[in-house]
Design a protein around this ligand. Structure first.
Ligand code: COA
Length: 146
């Protein structure tokens, strides 16, 4: 469903917005899902492209891309609980495609939580391999060729 929330999706701007993105990730992954903080913060944020969804000055979604050669590693996709099922994650995935193309990349890979597999399938990702556990949560590797 297309949302009633008015928002924009773009790269995070400045330290304050980056801090808000990390706070949202902490709320969603560590508090809501019980992921240990030292796994959520893996030391690679400094090399990543951070995309955000912002509505009326409030950060309501985020994700991260790490470019490794021609492949983008997509991760840390989180949407504020009150803003879900309105297409925000789908918009972030679409922006990630555009960023990957702009960086000369031709493929995106990610570890999907299995409950959210359909989200990625709708966005053009296909599973590759078997289900495994990561941070105590069931995942499956998926990829998309641009
Ligand atoms: C997963 C998450 C990012 C989805 O964000 P979102 O903005 O609600 O997703 P969208 O609105 O773009 O969803 C598009 C489609 O994906 C599927 N989908 C999204 N969330 C789903 C869910 N919880 N269960 C099943 N399917 C889901 C649906 O097909 C949905 O379309 P619909 O709403 O018309 O049924 C969000 O629920 C979240 O932050 N969850 C906690 C963190 C997390 O699990 N991150 C993903 C790690 S892989």
């Amino acid at each position: 469903m297309s949302g009633t929330i008015v928002y924009e999706v773009r790269r995070a701007r400045g330290d304050q917005e980056m801090a808000a993105a990390l706070e949202l990730r902490h709320d969603v992954f560590c508090i809501e899902q019980g992921v240990p903080e030292n796994e959520e913060l893996d030391g690679r944020d400094g090399e990543g492209i951070h995309l955000v969804a912002v509505s009326h000055g409030e950060l309501i979604g985020t994700c991260r891309l790490l470019m490794v050669g021609g492949t983008a590693q997509f991760s840390r996709l989180a949407v504020r609980a009150t803003a879900r099922r309105q297409g925000i994650a789908t918009a972030l995935l679409s922006a990630a495609d555009a960023e990957t193309r702009a960086a000369g990349g031709h493929r995106l890979v990610l570890h999907a939580q299995t409950y959210a597999q359909e989200l990625y399938e709708i966005a053009g990702y296909r599973p590759r391999g078997r289900v495994f556990r990561e941070a105590g949560i069931e995942h499956i590797a998926m990829e998309k060729h641009l």
